[in-house]
Design a protein around this ligand. Structure first.
Ligand SMILES: NC(=O)c1ccc[n+]([C@@H]2O[C@H](COP(=O)([O-])OP(=O)(O)OC[C@H]3O[C@@H](n4cnc5c(N)ncnc54)[C@H](OP(=O)(O)O)[C@@H]3O)[C@@H](O)[C@H]2O)c1
Length: 269
């Protein structure tokens, strides 16, 4: 894979107002990329746009016409000096509950945002991107896409789906000008990682990365043209271990399961 020249690219970044999104937008712009910031309307989004001097698309990705709106924006950018060359699917939400106690509509919304929306947007944009001399599609997954974690069933399902979707797309695009990337971070210090899950990480002494560090790792991945990356140690070992010897990981996750069950009882009963 060839090295990526940031100054040649203009990406749509979803989830731009969140913890990873703000740090990633800042790092991409610092490296010379143009970034259109996509999220629902908020002062965080407007402040970021002003600070980085970049454009904004205020959009709820769960709207039925969200993918078409982004496609139109990309088409219209052809009349500017720096047309859109890619998308980074970073928006996401989490929902920490034991599956039997979870609210089904909330799980459905999570699957729509984390999995269906990136697929729908990519489907709408791909014919446009394939016409560009260089283009990219990146999805932000999670180590939970590779390891089924108690209390995260829908989140794990959404990120596992996203990982396989991106892998298939990467292989389909191998003869094209579109580079496809997937990154799987571990826990990050953002609003998404709150409540019982944050407490669990604290009690287990699990590492939690800063959004700035994660943003730098994502940029290095893009720069070096690496299609896939798992961030963090020992997660890089746990992922292949779970694939090869899942019963070992079953055992290792019994303690976290008991702890999270207890914490969820304290939070929600
Ligand atoms: N934090 C972690 O521990 C962790 C670990 C591994 C992977 N990740 C992944 O990293 C990515 C970024 O997460 P984060 O930690 O930065 O979370 P965050 O701070 O909660 O940010 C989530 C972003 O998604 C946007 N979003 C949520 N619902 C939306 C909707 N309906 N339409 C448009 N945008 C919407 C939010 O914007 P608005 O709500 O303002 O619209 C916000 O910009 C996610 O894909 C997450 O799964 C996070």
């Amino acid at each position: 894979m060839s090295q990526l020249d940031f100054s040649q690219h203009h990406v749509l970044l979803t989830g731009a107002s969140g913890g990873v999104g703000q740090a990633l937008a800042t790092e991409l712009v610092r490296r010379g990329m143009r970034v259109t910031l996509v999220a629902r309307p908020s002062s965080a989004l407007q402040d970021l746009a002003q600070r980085l001097n970049q454009q904004v698309i205020e959009l709820d990705l769960l709207n039925a016409d969200a993918a078409q709106q982004l496609r139109q924006y990309a088409q219209q950018s052809l009349s500017t000096t720096r047309p859109v060359t890619g998308i980074i699917h970073n928006a996401g939400s989490a929902y920490t509950r034991l599956f039997e106690h979870s609210d089904w509509p909330q799980q459905q919304r999570l699957l729509m945002l984390n999995l269906m929306s990136p697929m729908a947007i990519t489907h709408a944009l791909l014919p446009y991107l394939k016409q560009r001399p260089e283009a990219l599609v990146m999805t932000i997954g999670s180590v939970f896409g590779a390891i089924g974690y108690p209390s995260q069933a829908a989140y794990c399902a959404s990120k596992a789906g996203l990982q396989r979707f991106t892998e298939a797309l990467h292989r389909e695009c191998s003869d094209s000008t579109v580079q496809v990337f997937h990154c799987q971070p571990r826990a990050i210090e953002t609003a998404l990682n709150h409540g019982a899950m944050a407490q669990l990480n604290q009690q287990l002494g699990s590492a939690v990365d800063s959004p700035q560090w994660v943003a730098q790792q994502i940029c290095q991945q893009l720069q070096h043209g690496k299609p896939r990356r798992v961030l963090g140690w020992p997660e890089r070992i746990f992922v292949p271990l779970n694939a090869l010897f899942p019963r070992l990981v079953d055992g290792a996750l019994r303690k976290p399961y008991r702890l999270i069950s207890q914490l969820l009882k304290e939070h929600y009963s």
